[in-house]
Design a protein. Structure first.
Length: 279
């Protein structure tokens, strides 16, 4: 079935064998794109994205097993053959892998399914009848933030002066000292750090991090307050976890806090130094 780009040898983890869908060796090291799709379908991801290692699983059982033993940077569901159960499976997986991305492609009439996918936290949901160039472009955008060609994202991300998010240790390091984080603190910081410079509303953060768009928005304020105490030099005057008036929160990386400000009347995000007080 799937062949490696060079040498003609099977790509690690790229095929299934036997009725049980036994995975090829080294599947756990796979960090490319994982697709639940028809290998012979109209959209050939391997051909469209030759620079990316793509693993295609035609069955729900094979896809579920692959998702449990690999670490894909992008998950692509193409319906059919993808089913509602695959949608829920990916949503649950995203809850514990906030740095990964997921995209759904479905038939033109499946509007409700695409909207449901977005509510579940998918990064994009596309109409299969869309212009092929648009489909390729949007898949490229979704996959760009994750590992490409099997190269993992940085294990450590600077989130403050002398403070790093250690994604492997699932903690932060402040002046070299490891400090633990609550699971949702970790998920929130990881999500914002992976989207530097972009403002997110509290509702968006509830949807992407908590997977609960109807949750209490004050909970976001509380977690931001806790994180500021851990990554900011002065939590009362934060420089990185910024409040954007009328919007929500934004992560401004270290050593880049002055970029793009004060031009044409734009002064950057307005930090009102909110604590978790009622709004």
């Amino acid at each position: 079935m799937a062949e490696a780009h060079d040498g003609g040898s099977p790509r690690a983890g790229a095929t299934n064998s036997g009725a049980g869908g036994t995975l090829a060796p080294l599947a756990h090291s796979f960090t490319g794109w994982l697709a639940r799709a028809d290998p012979d379908g109209a959209i050939d991801l391997r051909r469209l994205f030759p620079e990316v290692e793509v693993r295609v699983e035609p069955t729900s059982a094979g896809f579920s097993e692959a998702l449990s033993v690999t670490d894909p940077s992008l998950v692509v569901l193409i319906a059919p053959p993808a089913e509602p159960g695959d949608l829920q499976r990916v949503a649950s997986w995203l809850a514990t892998n906030p740095s990964s991305r997921a995209v759904l492609l479905s038939p033109h009439q499946a509007v409700a399914v695409r909207l449901h996918a977005l509510e579940l936290g998918f990064d994009d949901a596309m109409d299969l009848s869309s212009d092929p160039m648009e489909v390729v472009g949007r898949l490229s955008i979704a996959g760009r933030r994750g590992p490409v060609g099997g190269h993992p994202v940085e294990d450590r991300i600077a989130v403050g002066e002398g403070v790093e998010l250690d994604r492997r240790a699932r903690a932060i390091r402040r002046d070299g000292r490891l400090m633990s984080l609550r699971p949702k603190e970790l998920a929130l910081l990881d999500f914002l750090a992976m989207h530097p410079g972009r403002a997110f509303t509290r509702e968006e953060l509830l949807r992407h991090v908590w997977r609960d768009p109807d949750g209490n928005e004050r909970m976001v304020d509380v977690y931001v307050f806790w994180l500021r105490a851990k990554i900011e030099r002065d939590a009362a005057n934060p420089s990185h976890l910024m409040t954007v008036r009328g919007s929500g929160y934004l992560f401004d990386p270290p050593r880049a806090s002055s970029i793009g400000r004060g031009q044409d009347g734009y002064g950057g995000p307005v930090n009102v130094n909110e604590g978790p007080t009622p709004r």
